[in-house]
Design a binder for this molecule. Structure first.
Ligand code: HDE
Length: 728
C-alpha cells in the first residue's frame, strides 16, 4: 500500500494554480489517478451495464485512457527517424576569445550541459541500427546565452550542394513508393538512379560506401558540422570555422557481413551499446575540434569553402582540439527526450553565425518547419528537453499546448504600459546581431562555378584509404549496385567511378559482369542557365595538389584501447577455471567486458572444484555481438565446445570478421574443429603469420592475457581477408 502523500498544500488561499500543481513526474509511491487528478479505484475493468453487459459511454476513466493511447504516436522524423540519445557535459580547454565571443567557448570553468542524439538517416523509427547509412550526430548545448545546436553527421560532406535537391535525395533513398521496399537500405534502383545522375554526390558516396557507414559503436564515430560556419569575436571580427568531434576511443567499424547479421541478431546493437556503456560508467567522450580560416583566406583553397561536398583537409588546416564532451546520463524517458528533442541548425548564439553555403541556408528553413508538423505547433520549445537553461522573455503568445502562463496586459513592443519590457539587448549586453556581410549581387537561380569540381576530393578520399579499406569500398559498391536491377544505372555508376579511380571501377565492373566504360562518364548538369548558355555550367576537374590525407583513413585512428570491448569466453562443464579467471580478470582490469558463454544457462562445473556463473547461452548470442573470443582449456569443456556446431560457427564467424581469437594450448581440439584452424595448422608458414592474424595460442594464461589484450587493442585484423577466405 503506497503512503498517502498529500502534496497540495492545505492552505491554498492566494496561491496561483500553477504554483499549486504538484510534481507529476515521479509516479512511485503514489495513487493512480486520471489526468484531472481523480484517484482511480479499478484500472482492470471498464464500466458495464451488468458484469456481462455492454460498456457504458459514461465511463470517463476508460475513455480518457483509450483516447490518450490512441494518440500516443506522433509523426516520426522524415529523416533521422531512428535515433538514440544521451545527456552529458561539455568543458572547454582554452578560451577562444580571439575568434568568438560565445560564452561557452570562453569560459573554461563552466560545464555546459548537452543532449546528443545519434541517428541513421533513411530507416524508420523501428529499423536496424546497423544499416549502411550516414549517422546523424546532433548536439544541443544548453549555454548561458541560449541553446546552440551543432546538427552534424559522422561524415564531413554531403550528397548535394543545394537544399533544393534534398527532397529528391530523400525520396530516392527511402523505400520505393509502390511497394515500400527496402527498409533502411540504399541498395535499390531509385537511390542509385539519382546518385548516378548527380555527380556532385560522388565524394559523399565514397564515404557512404566506406566502413564509416557501419560503425562499431556510436561512441567510436567522428562527428562533423559539415558546413563552414563563422566565428565572431567581441570586436565583431569574423573567421570561418568547421566543427569536428574526435572520439577518444578512436574510429572503428564492423565488417559488412557482420553488420547484416547484427541487424538480425540485435537490431538495437548501437542503442544498447550506448545505453550500457553509460549505465556502467564508461562514459563516451569526444573532443571538440575546430578548423579556423581567416576571413582574408576565403578564396585561398582549390575548392569553395561554401561547398558542402568539400572538406578542408586536416593536413592543410589542422584541427585544434578546444574542449571535451562527456556523455554521462541516459535519458529517463525515450519519448519525452529522445523523440521530442527538436534540433535546428539555426539555433545559434552570439559569436557564431552562418555562411552562405546553399545547403545550410535551406536547412535554416527546414528544421523549424518540420518541428511544427512533428511536434504539433509553435510551442515545441517549451517541451522540457528543448527549453533553454536561461529565461525566455518575448511577446510570442498562445498556440496549441501553450505551457507558459504569461502575465500582464502587454504582449507587444514597443510598449509603455508594461514599462517597455522585455528590452532588446545590445551586442555588448549579449544581444545577437547578424554578421554584417557585404552582399552586392544579382538575384539568380544558379550555382557558383566554384562548385563544379565533383571528383578530385572523391579521389583524394579513395587514395587516402588503406588497402583493406579500399577493398571494402569496392565490395560495398559491388553489393549495392548488384542489388540494382536496371543495368543502365549500374553502367552509369561505373562511368562515375572511372572518374574517381579506374582500378576501383574495374574491380566493381568484374563483380557486376560489366565492362569499364572506355570514356569516363561526363558529369551531367541539370540546371538550365537563365541566359540559355549551358557551357557556362560545364563541370571542371581540378587536380588536387594533395595526393593523400592520412586523417581520412580509419587505419590511422587511435589503437590500443580495449575499454568496453565485449569478449566472449566459450566454455562448458569441466572448464579450467583458474585460467578462465586469470584472463577474465586481466580483461576486466583493462575495462573490457568479458562474458562466459556456454551451451546452456546456469552454472558451469570447474575442472577441479567450484562453479562458474554463465552470462549468456549460445542460443541467445552470436559472435557478431562480440569484439573477440577466448577458448579456455579443461578437457571436458574443450571436448564439448569442439563438438558444438554453434560454438564452432561462433569461432568461424569471428575469424571471418577479422576479430582477435585466443586459445588456451589445451583447447587445440577446438581450433582443429574450426575451418580456419584446419587451414592454419596445415600451413607451414602459420607459426609466423598467426600473430599478424590476431590468433593467440598460449599455455600460460598470464602471457595469453597480455597477447590477447594487445590484439584486441588493434580492433580488427583486416589483412586476414587477403590471406584466407573462410565461409561463415
Ligand atoms: Fe538534416 N534534417 N537536412 N542534415 N538532419 C533533419 O529535422 C534537412 C543535413 C541532420 O536527431 C530534419 O528535426 C535539409 C545535413 C541530423 O533530431 C529535417 C537538408 C546534415 C538530423 C532536415 C539537410 C544534417 C537531421 C528531420 C539539406 C549534417 C537529426 C527531423 C538542406 C550536417 C536531428 C528534424 C535529430 C534532421 C532537413 C541536410 C544532419 C527534415 C532540408 C547536411 C543529425 O528538418
Amino acid at each position: 500500500m503506497p503512503s498517502k502523500k498529500a502534496k497540495a498544500p492545505a492552505n491554498t488561499t492566494n496561491k496561483k494554480i500553477n504554483e499549486l500543481a504538484p510534481d507529476t513526474e515521479n509516479s512511485q509511491d503514489e495513487f493512480m489517478s486520471t489526468n484531472t487528478g481523480v484517484r482511480i479505484n479499478d484500472d482492470q475493468n471498464s464500466l458495464k451495464a451488468g458484469d456481462r453487459g455492454p460498456t457504458l459511454l459514461e465511463d470517463f476513466i476508460f475513455r480518457e485512457k483509450m483516447t490518450h493511447f490512441d494518440h500516443e504516436r506522433i509523426p516520426e522524423r522524415i529523416v533521422h527517424a531512428r535515433g538514440s540519445a544521451a545527456h552529458g557535459v561539455f568543458r572547454l580547454y582554452e578560451p577562444m576569445s580571439k575568434y568568438t565571443k560565445a560564452s561557452f567557448l570562453n569560459d573554461t570553468k563552466t560545464e555546459t550541459p548537452v543532449f546528443v542524439r545519434f541517428s541513421t538517416v533513411a530507416g524508420s523509427r523501428g529499423s536496424s541500427d546497423l544499416a549502411r547509412d550516414v549517422r546523424g550526430f546532433a548536439v544541443k548545448f544548453y549555454t548561458q546565452e541560449g541553446n546552440f545546436d551543432l546538427v552534424g553527421n559522422n561524415m564531413p560532406v554531403f550528397f548535394i550542394q543545394d537544399a533544393m535537391k534534398f527532397p529528391d535525395l530523400i525520396h530516392a533513398v527511402k523505400p520505393e513508393p509502390h511497394h515500400e521496399i527496402p527498409q533502411a537500405a540504399s541498395a535499390h534502383d531509385t537511390f542509385w538512379d539519382f546518385i548516378s545522375l548527380m555527380p556532385e554526390s560522388t565524394h559523399m558516396i565514397m564515404w557512404a560506401m566506406s566502413d564509416r557507414a557501419i560503425p562499431r559503436s556510436l561512441r567510436m564515430m567522428e562527428g562533423f558540422g559539415v558546413h563552414t560556419f563563422r566565428f565572431i569575436n567581441d570586436q565583431g571580427k569574423a573567421s570561418f570555422v568547421k566543427f569536428h568531434w574526435k572520439p577518444l576511443l578512436g574510429v572503428h567499424s564492423v565488417a559488412w557481413d557482420e553488420a547484416q547479421k547484427i541487424s538480425g541478431k540485435d537490431p538495437d546493437f548501437h542503442r544498447r551499446d550506448l545505453w550500457e556503456a553509460i549505465e556502467s560508467g564508461a562514459f563516451p567522450e569526444w573532443e571538440l575540434g575546430v578548423q579556423i580560416v581567416a576571413e582574408k583566406d576565403e578564396f585561398a583553397f582549390e575548392f569553395d569553402l561554401l561547398d558542402p561536398t568539400k572538406i578542408i583537409p586536416e593536413e592543410i588546416v589542422p584541427v585544434q582540439r578546444i574542449g571535451k564532451m562527456t556523455l554521462n546520463r541516459n535519458p529517463d524517458n525515450f519519448f519525452a527526450e529522445t523523440e521530442q528533442v527538436a534540433f535546428h541548425v539555426g539555433h545559434i548564439v552570439p559569436g557564431i553565425d552562418f555562411t552562405n553555403d546553399p545547403l545550410l541556408q535551406g536547412r535554416l528553413f527546414s528544421y523549424t518547419d518540420t518541428q511544427l508538423i512533428r511536434l504539433g505547433g509553435p510551442n515545441f520549445q517549451e517541451i522540457p528537453i528543448n527549453r533553454p537553461i536561461v529565461p525566455v522573455h518575448n511577446n510570442q503568445r498562445d498556440g496549441y499546448m501553450r505551457q507558459t502562463i504569461n502575465q500582464g496586459r502587454t504582449s507587444y513592443n514597443p510598449n509603455s504600459l508594461g514599462g517597455g519590457c522585455p528590452f532588446q539587448a545590445k551586442w555588448s549586453e549579449g544581444g545577437f546581431a547578424s554578421y554584417t556581410e557585404k552582399i552586392d549581387a544579382k538575384k539568380v537561380r544558379e550555382r557558383s562555378r566554384s562548385f563544379f569540381d565533383h571528383f578530385s576530393q572523391a579521389t583524394l578520399f579513395y587514395n587516402s584509404q588503406s588497402e583493406p579499406e579500399k577493398a571494402h569500398i569496392a565490395k560495398a559498391f559491388s553489393f549495392e549496385l548488384g542489388k540494382v536491377e536496371t543495368v543502365a544505372i549500374r553502367q552509369r555508376m561505373l562511368g562515375i567511378l572511372t572518374q574517381v579511380d579506374r582500378n576501383l571501377a574495374a574491380q566493381v565492373a568484374i563483380n557486376l559482369g560489366l565492362k569499364v566504360p572506355a570514356k569516363p562518364e561526363q558529369p551531367i548538369n541539370h540546371s538550365i542557365p537563365a541566359d540559355g548558355n549551358p557551357k557556362r555550367f560545364q563541370p571542371v576537374k581540378i587536380e588536387s595538389t594533395l595526393q593523400e590525407s592520412p586523417a581520412l583513413s580509419m587505419a590511422n585512428t587511435i589503437k590500443g584501447k580495449i575499454q568496453t570491448r565485449k569478449v566472449a569466453i566459450l566454455a562448458a562443464d569441466g572448464v579450467e577455471q583458474e585460467a578462465l579467471n586469470t584472463v577474465k580478470n586481466a580483461l576486466i582490469a583493462q575495462g573490457a567486458i568479458p562474458e562466459v558463454i556456454a551451451p546452456r544457462l546456469g552454472m558451469l562445473k570447474g575442472a577441479t572444484k567450484g562453479e562458474i556463473a554463465i552470462d549468456k547461452s549460445l542460443l541467445t548470442v552470436a559472435s557478431v555481438l562480440y569484439d573477440a573470443v577466448y577458448v579456455p582449456g579443461g578437457v571436458n569443456s574443450v571436448a564439448t565446445i569442439a563438438a558444438d556446431p554453434d560454438a564452432i560457427h561462433f569461432l568461424n564467424e569471428a575469424y571471418r570478421h577479422c576479430k582477435p581469437i585466443a586459445f588456451d594450448k589445451e583447447a587445440q581440439q577446438v581450433l582443429e574443429s574450426t575451418l580456419f584452424g584446419k587451414m592454419i595448422l596445415k600451413d607451414p608458414a602459420a607459426q609466423d603469420i598467426r600473430q599478424d592474424e590476431g590468433i593467440v595460442i598460449e599455455a600460460d594464461p598470464k602471457k595469453l592475457s597480455g597477447l590477447f589484450i594487445a590484439a584486441i587493442g588493434q580492433h580488427r585484423f583486416w589483412d586476414r581477408e587477403t590471406y584466407r577466405d573462410i565461409p561463415a
